[in-house]
Design a protein. Sequence first.
Lengths: 351, 312
Amino acid sequence: MAHIETSAGASREKERRFDIWDFIRSNNHLLTLITLMLLASLATRGIFLRPSNLGSVFTRAAALGMIAIGQTLVILTSGIDLSVAANVGVCIGMMFFIQKQGLGPANMIVVGALTPAFVGLINGLFCAFTAVPPFIITLGMSMIVWAFILGGIQPGATVFEDLQIFINTKVMASLPVHELIFPILVWVTCSLFWILMLRYSRFGHNIFAIGGKEKAAFYGGVNIQRVKILVYTVSGLFAGMGAVLYAYKLGGTNPVAGKDFLLESIAATVIGGTALTGGEGGVLGTFVGTLVMATLVNTMNILGVHFSIQRVILGAIFIVFVFSLNKIRQFAIQKQYSRSTAGLLAGNREK
Amino acid sequence: MLIVVYIALAIFITIYTDGFFSAFNIGAILGLGSIMGFLVLGESLVMLTGGIDLSVGYCAAFSSVITAWTMIAFKDLLPPSLIVALLIVLGIMGGAFIGLINGLSVAKLKIPPLIATLGGYGIAYGLAEFVFAGIPTRLEIESFSAAVRVKVFHIFPISSILLAACAVVLSLVLWKVKFGRYVYAIGGSKSAAFLSGIKVDSVLIWCYVLSGIFAAIGGLLLAGWMRVGDARAGGGYEFIAITAAVMGGISLFGGEGNVWDAVIGIMTLQTIRKIIPHLRISTFFEDGIVGAILLIAVLVSVVSVKRMRAAA
């Protein structure tokens, strides 16, 4: 009894007291980013912090960030989208096709972004109406999409200068900012939009509900099918928009160039603190996680790490991150649990 | 079940094409099919535990690059026969290393297999690419590839006989040996297996290591078959391996299916892939057709599992 009394007394004090695991759990992405940026500036002797370099970090992050937003939404519903790389490829392929037809940059952007959205729609329909695991559906779809790109469109390396000129003169000219900031602007706007959507809209709440427990969400009156279809469509759409930004930034590319986006988008999501089991995390975390990824790649580039060794390091870091975030989550849940049971016991005693 | 499908397919093909089943074509199907068959063996083993291994393709690529590298690095130091022995050991160790990383992350770090092996995929790809900066490199020792390309009775490549032997051993292990029964037990229910005293962690780690080793054997043979060590050679093979395993009736949720059907699965798939150029369809569509088969196969298996549960 004495033991319970002390822990109950302590627990009330603890409500206001600082709990390290809780703090780490809710801010892990920010802590990672700050630590990493410090390490990066130390390792590169300050080159990292130069404004021109930071600018390139953010621009690089923008394309990945857009793709990772879609991936995050899917993972929040406890699914996974393995077709993002193929979606990036099909977007670039369609832009090549439209360019060859001479239909102009505006059409390139629209068709480029909507084709992956259509792929996402099919993914969503399959995920909503069959019991096949999402990773198999998106894997099979990505193989079909690759066949469509390589066998159907047959694009080569493409120069997207007209796209750059179009965006610089038509879109960005009316805004009072530098034109090169366009990818960052799109990325930040979309991130903000989805942060607000997840926090305040019913659709956002439904995503979390499905990820938390699908059956409970169903009995709670959530239209699971509609939410799933929408989420996968959005993932496709954002992969397409990311690909447009990627093409804009590079000024020329080929569809196969985006193959790394699959691993990187999942990594950015996971580093941002979104649980792979779904229902926990969000787009704000992914925003930070994307910056972490971009910082890592940028630092390794400055340090002259071989690009294939970078892949090894990213793979290893990926595993380490999933593990340590799982552990932190466990600790925090244990703490919460022990605190709430102590509180419960205290409440019983007062009655 | 699948064998019936295969026979139907074969009859269809014999009727609608003239002379598709020539000794040469059969040899080609068996050759690449059995090389991928090794990847399927590993993939099936992992899938029987209820996991999935996305790294097998680049595991094979890694060991094929090791093959080319060993031949160049020890060219003047050792006689060719010793080099071949060494490259087999090194290649298999490379595969086992990737498998060990996967196994430890799944069993000890409790990372979902899909994610853990995606990490392993990145590591294997990076390592394979690092050796020759991704450039396909010719094998120095011609006799190695000549040996791999030997066809017994002018039809059966060496790799197909090796695969048959490995499949027999593996299915016996899965059927008769404790380890094999543990694999099925874990696939059925991890917690039940744990509570009945099975060392789940070590069985899981062994499964992933074996998957890496099988993939590495596939990679060695692939290098010999293609006469090059190529970091991108195995890319996409993981999807083919998964598709073949699912076609062979190995459940995605673990604990069901057997290795033999998976081997028949890869042969069926390889026949379909081989018939595509024969029908004058662009080979770019091969993967798309495999993807469609994957979706259909999983759909069928999910529906049949549902029926079985409903009947039980």
